[in-house]
Ligand binder design. Structure first.
Ligand code: HEM
Length: 234
């Protein structure tokens, strides 16, 4: 059944019991910390230390998510893998059979206004709802031209001209999200951002519709590598 948007029929759910959908309960030894502690920094709550904000996405033979599709939207693809593991621990060791690992930390917001932040906090759902059996990991790199812009110009492109938050908000709470920053690690990572989303099967079409809108925006002219990895809970 196709759900119309905006949709306010879904309530916010607690993270408890839903952590598995974040990929954290597939028999892999990871330290669980509540989503509040990870999502909140972006929305202004006190940030936990960087090591507690570290997430590692490992593509290979293990983990609770099956990869159903992986394609490069722009730039180099990632090697094909069968499964995805997600760990939230600084002492994480990649599961056997890992082909690639991507790392990022949750962080503070850079662009949103007070009004946008209040809207997001009121409307967003947390990852790991039982019905959210589908997910997408979309690693993104932005060009040198983007990073050379001052903050005010990046904000103008991101929101005033591309309507990133305005577009995304229409799909909350059906789509839950977590943004990880790779540049904050200070190491030479393959991507600048790891974006992760989960949603119910009924919302798969809406997710694709949102992606198409974002990819058609001016902001995406600055994306020089993007890989779209679709997942189903194994
Ligand atoms: C589910 C709906 C979505 C909402 C509500 C949303 C909202 C946001 C917010 C609030 C930020 C942080 C702004 C800041 O730092 O102040 C952000 C950043 C970002 N989002 Fe989204 N987003 C959504 C969907 C997406 C999708 C589908 C993608 C990728 C395909 C995406 C990619 C990104 C990236 C790469 C950034 C970092 C931009 C930068 O700092 O240059 N978002 N988004």
């Amino acid at each position: 059944m196709k759900r119309s948007f905006p949709d306010t029929s879904m309530n916010r759910r607690s993270f408890v019991g839903g952590a598995a959908a974040g990929g954290l309960a597939g028999g892999v030894a990871v330290r669980l910390v509540s989503t509040e502690k990870h999502d909140a920094p972006e929305l202004g709550s006190p940030a936990p230390p960087p090591q507690a904000r570290l997430f590692t996405f490992s593509g290979g033979d293990g983990g609770p998510w099956s990869v159903v599709d992986s394609r490069a939207i722009v730039g180099e693809p990632l090697p094909a893998v069968r499964r995805l593991d997600i760990a939230n621990s600084p002492t994480h060791t990649a599961p056997p059979g890992t082909v690639w690992s991507l790392r990022g930390v949750t962080s503070n917001a850079r662009y949103i206004t007070r009004a946008e932040k209040d809207d997001l906090v009121a409307k967003q759902a947390e990852l790991g709802r039982t019905e959210a059996t589908l997910a997408a990991l979309i690693p993104i790199r932005k060009s040198a031209a983007w990073w050379s812009l001052p903050q005010d110009e990046r904000r103008a492109i991101f929101e005033e001209r591309s309507h990133h938050v305005k577009t995304g908000m229409k799909y909350l709470p059906a789509i839950a999200r977590r943004l990880h920053h790779c540049r904050d690690l200070g190491t030479n990572e393959s991507f600048d951002f790891l974006t992760f989303f989960d949603y119910a099967r009924a919302d798969a079409g809406a997710f694709d519709e949102m992606l198409a809108a974002l990819r058609a925006s001016e902001e995406w002219k600055y994306v020089d590598r993007e890989v779209d990895i679709r997942l189903v809970r194994a």
